[in-house]
Design a protein around this ligand. Structure first.
Ligand SMILES: Nc1nc2c(ncn2[C@@H]2O[C@H](COP(=O)(O)OP(=O)(O)OP(=O)(O)O)[C@@H](O)[C@H]2O)c(=O)[nH]1
Length: 322
């Protein structure tokens, strides 16, 4: 019974708390002496990046988002306030804490900075110890909120993305593919006769089976934009942006084989002596304004056909106008 099982995924909290990398700090100031002082202060503790203008800071933060921005308020060209406003407007950078450093320390400026979304405000000339402690505090808060965000989009049993994460990614990727005239595919996956599996082997074994199935499928996902998520219960979903029908069918067959190869005994299945999955594939070339629900409905329909056609197989469809 157990020979085919693979290891359970790591516990989510342990995984989330593990120190993955050093925190990174982006220092933005037009004065070389200030950059030098701050660089020396932080270089042994954090990964430090510098920018000498607002425009440079924004492009660095976009390409490689830091964990914190130390931002001069008064700079030629784009002001620190404008940089902060743009960082907070962009979903990719809005969670990065910004600490203003400025010689202009009027109450008005401080209030405006905090109002623009800054996490803290430090007046020049600054005391290095105070800057250090305040940076540290914001980085600790950022690590905690990153962890909460990660937990909120993760399925606790399998460690995969959850349905909420899938929904938001689908909408984002659907719009991106529509903008760039690229195909997008979806695979709906359901474990066969899973009620009988629970009845025969018990619920804890059922949970173990689901996390093993999830790990096996996850190990076949390579492209960074592809997403495997738990849709709910014994249902999974695989989102394949920039993938036409042919590629999606290939991936679905790979997932089907990966689960079968686990060889988890299933005496209650009439498909095979081991756990199998049924898969429904749908592909579309989305246009601006189309609704991704049509893709979900089509993949769901194909899953139903796969179940009705004998389970343990892939059924697919290409939808022409969404
Ligand atoms: N152990 C365990 N069981 C779950 C979980 N989520 C859903 N289930 C069970 O999965 C079973 C799904 O049963 P059905 O929807 O009838 O489908 P099925 O038995 O897989 O049959 P087919 O889909 O037609 O092949 C139910 O018994 C649920 O209780 C879970 O997290 N853990």
């Amino acid at each position: 019974m157990k020979s085919g099982f693979i290891d359970l995924p790591d516990d989510i909290e342990e995984d989330a708390l593990a120190p993955v990398r050093r925190s990174s700090v982006l220092i933005v100031d037009d004065q070389a002496a200030v950059l030098q002082t701050l660089y020396q202060l932080f270089k042994d503790t954090y990964e430090v990046f510098v920018a000498t203008s607002g425009a440079q800071a924004l492009s660095r933060a976009k390409v490689n988002p830091p964990d914190l921005v130390l931002l001069d308020m008064v700079m030629p060209g784009m002001t620190g306030m404008e940089v902060c406003r743009q960082l907070k407007e962009d979903p990719e950078t809005q969670n990065i804490p910004v600490i203003f450093l400025t010689g202009n320390c009027s109450v008005d400026d401080e209030a405006r900075a905090l109002d623009a979304g800054a996490a803290d405000f430090i007046s020049k000339p600054f005391n290095p110890r105070i800057v250090s402690v305040r940076v540290n505090t914001q980085l600790r808060l950022k690590a905690k909120s990153d962890l909460l965000r990660r937990i909120a989009r993760t399925d606790a049993l399998t460690g995969l993305g959850n349905r909420r994460h899938f929904n938001s990614t689908l909408f984002k990727e659907w719009r991106r593919c529509a903008r760039n005239s690229l195909p997008i595919s979806l695979v709906f996956i359901d474990v066969d006769f899973f009620k009988r599996f629970n009845d025969i082997y018990g619920h804890p074994m059922g949970d173990y089976c689901l996390s093993s199935v999830a790990s096996a499928m996850k190990s076949r996902m390579w492209r960074p934009a592809d997403l495997l998520a738990r849709f709910g219960g014994e249902e999974f979903v695989c989102l394949l942006p920039e993938t036409p029908l042919k590629g999606a069918i290939h991936k679905a067959q790979e997932l089907e084989a990966a689960v079968r190869d686990l060889a988890i005994s299933h005496e209650g299945s009439s498909v095979a002596p081991v756990v199998t999955i049924s898969l429904g594939v749908a592909a579309a070339l989305p246009a601006q304004g189309d609704d991704p629900e049509t893709l979900i409905d089509a993949a769901d329909r194909m899953l139903y056909e796969s179940k009705a056609g004998g389970r343990g197989q892939v059924r697919s469809v290409e939808i022409t106008s969404a």
